[in-house]
Design a protein around this ligand. Structure first.
Ligand SMILES: Nc1ncnc2c1ncn2[C@@H]1O[C@H](COP(=O)(O)OP(=O)(O)O)[C@@H](O)[C@H]1O
Ligand SMILES: CC(C)(COP(=O)(O)O)[C@@H](O)C(=O)NCCC(=O)O
Ligand SMILES: [Mn+2]
Length: 776
C-alpha cells in the first residue's frame, strides 16, 4: 500500500509495549533519496553515501570510499553508479566540498546530471567532526603504545573549545569554540602531500600505502643525525637523549658517520619529520589559545600507529600531559561527512517524535526536516531518535579497481542508545562491558580467533547435515558460503592486525559474526531451530509449572525456578561443546540439570533465596533474556511469573534482531502471548501490565549496558532488580558490572577458556546474587 509515496506494505511495529506510540518501520519502502557527498582535496576525493540498513530495519548505513584526485573521473563514475541504483523519480543531490568542489564543479554537474551544492570546506570539516564525536560510539580515541586505542566516551556538552588539526595534502589548524563557530588560526605546508611527494622522489614508490608499510620496518637513525651522532652520548643537561633526532635526514651527508641506508629507513625518517613538526605546531597553537583538546583529522593519519604515536608523544611531551591528542576512526572523512549532513539535515529536528521519523529507511532533504543549526540542549539532544554504531564490513560497495579504500561503515540504528540507569559507571568504578581485553592477552586472543574459526566451520557442518531447517535452500547455502568466507577473512585480518577494529573482545568477535551474517543477507539462520525448540518448550511448560507450584516450601520454589534458568542456558547453539547434543536432540532439561556443577565461588543461590524470603518484595525487575526454547520458556518465564505473582512488574529485555538462537523481542512477545493462553498466572500478569517485553536495541550474543534502546531504559526506571541471563551477557560481558540495585547474573560456563579465565570449571553455574551496591 502506498501512502504519500511511501510503501507501507509489510509495515511492522518496532517496539512492543502497551500504551505508548511505537515506531513504525516500513520494510518494503525502497525509495532511495539520491544524496551523495564528495570532498575533493589536493590528493584524494572522499565519498560518503547512505544505504538502507540490512533488510530495511529502518536504519541506514553510511559508506565511506576514497579515490585519488588524479583519477577524479573514476570517482565520478562511482558516484554515477550509486545514483543509477536509486529511484528514478528522485532528484539527485550532490553535496560537494574541498577545493575540487570548485575546480570540478562543472564536470560533476555534467557527468552526474545533478544539482551540485557546494559547501564550505572548513564548515564541513568541523560539522563532520562535531557529528562523529557526538553521535558515533567508539569513534574518538587516544593513542599510546601500551594502550593503543583507548576510546573516549561520547562527548557531552563540553567538547568545545577544541583544536582540529587536519592533515591532508597540507595542514589546517582550526580553533572551534562552538557549533559553527571556528577560525583557521594556523597551518603548515609541510603535510601529507609533502611526505607523499618527497617519498616518491626519493624511493620511486608511488603508492602511499606501500610507503607506509616500508616505514614500519625502517630505521630512521640510519639517515637522521641523532643527538648521539653529535655528542657521542646523551645531552642530559638539556633533556636530550642520544636516541633523539637532532636533524631529520641530517645523517646522510656526513661521510664520517658512515650510515648505510635503504628506502625503508628514508620512509620512516620522513614520516617522523612530518609528524613531529605537525605535533609541535599543534602544541604551540593549542598553548597560544589555551586549548587542551586536540583532534587530529585528515587522510594522512589512516590509523597508522607510527604517525599517531609521534603526534601523541609530541603533544604529551611538550604539554607535560596537560593536553590530549585525540584521533578518530573516520579521520579522513570529516569534510565529506559534514557536507553529507549539511544540505538538508539528516538528523530529525528537535521535538520530532520517534514515531514519525523512521517512516522511510532512506534519508535525505525531502524526507527528514533540517536539523537546527543552533546548539542543542541536552534534553533536545536526547530527543533525537538515532544512534550510529560502527560496522566493519569487508563487503565493499562496488568500488572500481582504483578506489583507495572503503574504510568501514556506520550503521544508523532507529533508536537512541542510552545507559541502563542502574548501571554503576563512575570515575571511581568505571563500567567496561568486556570481561577480557583480548588485545592485552595474546594467548586468549589466539584462542578466541581459533575458536571462532572452528565454530564457523562447525556452523557450516550443521547446515550441511540438515540441522538448520532455515538454511536448506540452495540460495541460503550460497549465502552461507559467502558468510564463512567473509567472517574467516575478518578473522585473518584480526590475526594480522589485532587492533584493526579497536580493542578486541569476545563481544566484538561474536558481534562481528552476526554482522557478517546479516551482511550476506542471512538474517536468521536459527529461525527454524528456535521455532522447534520453543514449540517443544511451551508444550512442556504446564507440567513444569505444576511441578514447581507443588513444591511445599517457598524457598525450594525460588531455588528450583532459579536453577531452571541455569539448566535452560545449556540450550546454546553457539557453544561448540554443546551443539552436537542439541542437534541430535539428546539434550533435555534433566540432562542439563545433571551436567551443571555447583561451586560456591560462583553460586550463592541461598543468598537470593534468603533475600526473597526476608526482604521487601521487588517492585520492578528487568530481565535480560537469552536463548529461545527451554532457556526463555522453561527458565526465564516461570521465574518472571514468580516475581510477578509477588507483586513485581517484570520487563523482559530481548535482542532487537536475531543473533544465534537468542530469542528476539518480537518472538518473545509471541511466546508470552502463547504462554498466557496456557497459564492463568502468566495471563493475569500480562493483562495487568506486569509482564512486558521490550527490545534492547542490541543484536549480538553479548551486551553493552551503556547502549540500550531508550524506550527500554524508560521502562527500567525504578527497577530494583536487574537479572542478566546467559554466557554472552553475563560472562563474556558484564561479569564485573555493578548496579545501584539488586542484581542476578545467571549463566553456565560452557567454554573452557571462559571458565579458565574466571577460575571456574566447565559447566559450573554462575548463579550470582549481588545486593544493591549502595546498600552493602
Ligand atoms: N592510500 C593513500 N593514497 C594517497 N594518499 C594517502 C593514502 N593514504 C593516506 N594518504 C595521505 O593522505 C593525504 C591526503 O589527505 P586528505 O585528507 O585526503 O587531504 P586532501 O583533502 O588535501 O586531499 C595524502 O597527501 C597522503 O599523505
Ligand atoms: C555465543 C555464546 C556466548 C552464547 O552463549 P549464551 O549467551 O547463549 O549463554 C557462547 O555459545 C559462546 O561463547 N560461544 C563461542 C565459543 C564456543 O564455540 O564454545
Ligand atoms: Mn544466547
Amino acid at each position: 500500500m502506498m501512502f504519500g509515496g511511501i510503501n507501507s506494505s509489510g509495515a511492522i511495529i518496532d517496539g512492543i509495549k502497551a500504551g505508548e506510540a511505537n515506531d513504525i518501520l516500513l520494510p518494503n519502502q525502497r525509495e532511495r533519496v539520491k544524496k551523495v557527498a564528495v570532498d575533493i582535496g589536493g590528493s584524494l576525493a572522499k565519498v560518503v553515501y547512505m544505504t538502507s540498513g540490512p533488510h530495511s530495519q529502518g536504519g541506514g548505513r553510511l559508506h565511506f570510499a576514497a579515490f585519488e584526485t588524479d583519477k577524479v573521473e573514476t570517482c565520478v563514475r562511482f558516484i554515477r553508479s550509486l545514483l543509477d541504483k536509486g529511484d528514478r523519480g528522485a532528484e539527485p543531490v550532490i553535496m560537494a566540498t574541498g577545493g575540487g568542489a570548485h575546480r570540478f564543479r562543472e564536470l560533476l554537474g555534467r557527468e552526474l546530471g545533478a544539482e551540485i551544492r557546494v559547501e564550505d570546506e572548513m564548515e564541513s570539516l568541523t560539522a563532520g567532526l562535531n557529528f562523529l564525536t557526538r553521535e558515533v560510539a567508539d569513534e574518538v580515541f587516544t593513542y599510546s603504545e601500551d594502550r593503543p586505542m583507548q576510546f573516549v566516551d561520547p562527548a557531552t556538552d563540553d567538547i568545545f573549545p577544541y583544536l582540529l588539526v587536519n592533515i591532508g595534502s597540507g595542514v589546517s589548524i582550526i580553533k572551534v569554540t562552538g557549533e559553527g563557530q571556528f577560525e583557521r588560526i594556523s597551518g603548515t605546508s609541510l603535510g601529507g602531500g609533502t611526505l607523499w611527494g618527497l617519498l616518491h622522489l626519493l624511493t620511486g614508490v608511488r603508492s602511499f600505502d606501500a610507503m607506509l608499510a616500508m616505514a614500519k620496518t625502517g630505521d630512521n637513525s640510519k639517515v637522521d643525525m641523532m643527538v648521539g651522532d653529535i655528542y657521542g652520548a646523551d645531552y642530559g643537561k638539556i633533556g636530550l637523549k642520544a636516541t633523539n633526532i637532532a636533524s631529520s635526514m641530517g645523517g646522510v651527508y656526513r661521510k664520517t658517520l658512515d650510515k648505510e641506508y635503504g628506502e625503508a629507513d628514508i620512509a620512516r625518517s620522513l614520516l617522523y619529520m612530518v609528524s613531529n613538526n605537525i605535533g609541535q605546531i599543534a602544541y604551540l597553537n593549542a598553548q597560544l589559545h589555551g586549548i587542551r583538546q586536540i583532534y587530529f583529522g585528515g587522510y594522512f593519519i589512516r590509523g597508522h600507529p607510527l604517525t599517531m604515536h609521534t603526534l601523541s608523544y609530541a603533544i604529551n611531551f611538550w604539554s607535560r600531559g596537560e593536553m590530549r591528542a585525540l584521533f578518530l576512526r573516520h579521520e579522513g572523512f570529516l569534510g565529506a561527512t559534514g557536507a553529507f549532513f549539511r544540505g538538508g539535515g539528516m538528523l530529525p529536528a528537535q521535538g520530532c517524535s520517534p514515531t514519525t521519523t523512521p517512516t522511510t529507511p532512506e534519508f535525505g532533504a525531502d524526507v527528514i526536516p533540517r536539523a537546527p543549526r543552533a546548539r542543542r540542549t541536552p534534553g533536545e539532544r536526547r530527543a533525537r531518535a538515532y544512534s550510529f554504531t560502527e560496522n566493519f564490513s569487508l563487503v565493499a560497495p562496488p568500488i572500481p579497481g582504483d578506489a583507495v579504500g572503503a574504510l568501514g561503515m556506520l550503521d544508523r540504528e532507529p533508536a537512541r542508545l542510552v545507559a541502563l540507569p542502574q548501571l554503576v559507571n563512575t570515575s571511581a568504578q568505571p563500567y567496561q562491558p568486556d570481561t577480557v581485553d583480548l588485545s592485552q592477552e595474546p594467548q586468549q586472543q589466539e584462542y578466541w580467533i581459533s575458536a571462532m574459526e572452528r565454530n564457523t566451520h562447525g556452523l557450516l557442518g550443521l547446515a550441511e547435515s540438515g540441522a538448520l531447517p532455515s538454511c536448506g535452500g540452495a540460495e541460503s547455502r550460497q549465502r552461507l558460503a559467502r558468510f564463512v568466507a567473509l567472517y574467516l577473512e575478518h578473522l585473518r585480518r584480526l590475526r594480522d592486525r589485532p587492533l584493526a577494529y579497536g580493542a578486541m573482545s569476545v563481544r566484538g568477535l561474536l558481534g562481528l559474526r552476526e554482522q557478517c551474517l546479516h551482511e550476506v543477507g542471512l538474517e536468521d539462520i536459527f529461525a527454524g531451530v528456535k521455532q522447534r525448540e520453543t514449540d517443544a518448550a511451551l508444550a512442556a511448560l504446564p507440567a513444569l509449572l505444576a511441578q514447581t507450584d507443588a513444591l511445599p516450601a517457598a524457598d525450594d520454589r525460588v531455588r528450583r525456578l532459579l536453577h531452571n534458568v541455569l539448566a535452560g542456558n545449556m540450550f546454546d547453539w553457539g557453544s561448540t561443546a554443546l551443539r552436537e547434543e542439541l542437534a541430535d536432540g539428546s539434550m533435555d532439561l534433566a540432562r542439563a540439570h545433571a551436567r551443571i556443577r555447583w561451586d560456591s565461588a560462583f553460586d550463592n543461590t541461598d543468598r537470593f533465596v534468603r533475600r526473597m524470603a526476608a526482604g521487601p518484595a521487588y517492585e520492578r525487575a528487568v530481565v535480560f533474556v537469552d536463548n529461545s526454547g527451554a532457556d526463555v520458556c522453561l527458565g526465564v518465564l516461570p521465574f518472571a511469573r514468580m516475581l510477578a505473582q509477588r507483586g513485581a512488574t517484570v520487563v523482559l529485555a530481548a535482542n532487537s534482531r536475531p543473533a544465534l538462537n537468542d530469542v528476539t523481542a518480537p518472538e518473545l512477545q509471541a511466546i508470552v502471548a502463547r504462554a498466557a493462553a496456557i497459564d492463568p498466572a502468566i495471563a493475569a500478569a500480562a493483562a495487568a501490565g506486569r509482564l512486558a517485553v521490550c527490545a534492547t536495541g542490541s543484536s549480538g550474543p553479548c551486551l553493552d549496558l551503556r547502549k540500550l534502546d531508550e524506550r527500554l531504559v524508560r521502562l527500567c526506571r525504578g527497577a530494583d532488580l536487574v537479572a542478566i541471563v546467559g554466557m554472552g551477557r553475563a560472562i563474556h560481558s558484564n561479569y564485573r558490572a555493578r548496579f545501584t540495585c539488586d542484581a542476578l547474573k545467571l549463566a553456565v560456563f560452557k567454554n573452557q577458556m571462559a571458565a579458565d579465565a574466571a577460575g571456574a570449571h566447565m559447566y559450573d553455574a554462575l548463579c550470582w546474587y549481588d545486593a544493591c551496591c549502595c546498600c552493602s
